[in-house]
Design a protein around this ligand. Structure first.
Ligand code: CA
Ligand code: CA
Length: 342
């Protein structure tokens, strides 16, 4: 999926990017929008495996492809579920109040080797938890516990900082359980996009380092309405020696993000008596966050006993996280509506 022109939005390099092409005339022409952009590594070999009409996955790998025998890369992907709608992400800063050692012991920051350092003047909330940022070390695993608005299902991310220039390989480990820790490197993760959040975040310091997000999974919050996330540095050794590496593979842990998993559903129906119309509103996925650019069809029955649904509107594009349609045939009598994705 390449538009046939070189991407001109490249602050770091002319990396390979992935584009979405939409055709309405069987391939005579396409409208291209970027799936990836401003990448510091190449995005290669996209595939869309067969799934079903309500699910689409796009998988590829981000890599420096030196040769067929020498690749430094990571498999990444996006999953579209039409039964779910996008909800804005909430950021929670990691502090010594909501973060302890994974053992439950208090987090005591300091300058000692093997200890998390409170690095002030960077990140959100005015500080970061840093490890291996100067000297090689292995700081203990952390546990951050955040409160969510209600019991339910949430997608969860760890936010860390990275430097996309060559030679830097900042990373973090994260997971929802101590035995499910994954390594996340900035080169394979997405930079935080301000439009995805319900608050304003610090995204960069002097355009050198950037805030990244690492998806750690989906969790069902209990009735106590808390989510626990485990975080660690990634203490790696230099080559085949047992000496730990530092600096270039540092960890800067900033906080945790979550977003409720909301079902695709009608969220509001309002009858406007003066204008003899009804406004139907549903939650939707913003077009820029969708792999498939869905459009919606609104249907109506005046009685559930009627054999067929009547189309009120079709081809309605997503208006963002919420989309509305006005039924101008409303007459004040009872009506039933449904919305479908095409
Ligand atoms: Ca560690
Ligand atoms: Ca912070």
């Amino acid at each position: 999926m390449h538009p046939g022109v070189l991407d001109t939005n490249q602050p770091y390099s002319s990396s390979h990017e992935i584009w979405k092409g939409v055709t309405t005339n069987h391939g005579v022409s396409f409208t291209w929008t970027p799936i990836t952009q401003n990448s510091s590594r190449d995005n290669l070999r996209p595939i869309v495996p067969p799934w079903d009409q309500n699910h689409t996955a796009l998988l590829w790998f981000r890599a420096t492809y030196n040769s067929a025998q020498s690749i430094d890369g990571a498999p990444v992907g996006l999953v579209d579920r039409r039964t779910e709608s996008f909800a804005p992400m909430t950021y929670v800063d990691a502090t010594t109040t909501n973060t302890t050692l994974a053992t439950g012991a208090a987090l005591v920051t300091g300058s000692g080797t093997g200890q998390w350092h409170l690095r002030t003047g960077n990140g959100n909330g005015g500080s970061l938890l840093a490890s291996a940022d100067v000297t090689a070390e292995d700081a203990p695993m952390l546990k951050t516990t955040v409160s969510v608005p209600a019991a339910g299902i949430y997608d969860v991310w760890v936010n860390f900082w990275g430097n996309p220039v060559g030679g830097a390989d900042w990373r973090i480990m994260g997971g929802l359980a101590t035995n499910q820790m994954q390594i996340f490197r900035q080169m394979a993760c997405k930079t935080v996009q301000p439009g995805d959040y319900n608050s304003t975040l610090v995204l960069t310091n002097t355009s050198t380092n950037f805030l990244y997000q690492a998806y750690v999974g989906r969790v069902t919050a209990s009735s106590s309405n808390t989510i626990s996330v485990f975080v660690d540095d990634n203490a790696i050794t230099v080559g085949t020696t047992s000496a730990l590496a530092g600096n270039t593979n540092r960890t800067w842990y900033d906080g945790v993000s979550y977003a409720p998993v909301d079902r695709f559903r009608i969220t509001g129906v309002a009858y406007n008596a003066g204008g003899s119309s009804t406004t139907i509103t549903w939650n939707s996925t913003p077009p820029e966050l969708s792999l498939t650019t869905p459009t919606y069809t609104v249907w109506k029955k005046n009685s559930l006993a009627e054999p067929d649904w009547t189309v009120v509107a079709t081809g309605v594009p997503s208006g963002g996280t919420a989309t509305s349609c006005v039924d101008t045939s409303a007459n004040g009598n009872a009506a039933f509506y449904r919305v479908s994705i095409l």
